[in-house]
Design a protein around this ligand. Sequence first.
Ligand code: 5GP
Length: 203
Amino acid sequence: MRKGKLFVISGPSGAGKTSILYKVLNNIPGIEFSVSCTTREKRKNEINGKDYFFISKENFEKKIKSNYFLEWAEVHEHYYGTSKEFVNMKINEGIDLILDIDVQGGLNVMKQNLDAVTIFISPPSYEELKERLVSRKTECDKDIEIRLKNARWEMKEFTKFKYFLTNQSLNDSIKKLESIIIAERLILEKSQYDDILKKIIGG
Ligand code: 5GP
């Protein structure tokens, strides 16, 4: 049976990753969102268990010690991490998964030989990123400053990713990400050979 594929979306906070993903997950069947754990405060519009598992710092640190995470990172002064068990379960069920993780997380996943498809989503410019972070009004001034400072080193890592997408227009970025997923799914894998032959010529 074909295993699920891992799609890793990384890029600076405010580049628009979550807005793009929200639409793509609605439009493409057979792909799910990997819900991360975080110690940051829940925003008004967020749902525990859907957007994130909001947990305490103590709980997060316990999970680090028990090797619960596939990857974890301290991002903008909070912890964020991806459950190893959840990812393995979905992949083994043949379900594709999208990880919306920061650049450190993306680089960590790359080191693990999971054959992940890595996609870097960039803002059109630093000025535009600043404007987006200010206008979405989800962070205070101090947090915006931290996110903008981190964006500078995060941008420098883009060369390590397989795909690079500039999020100039939301609709255009949605189409591009969908195209990447569709094309990656069409790559022929050895594990499929027998199934294909059986289906077409019966053996
Ligand atoms: P936010 O607080 O805006 O939801 O997310 C801040 C950053 O943390 C974003 O860049 C997001 O992609 C990243 N992030 C979310 N979940 C994870 C995770 O499980 N691991 C890592 N490394 N980063 C994450």
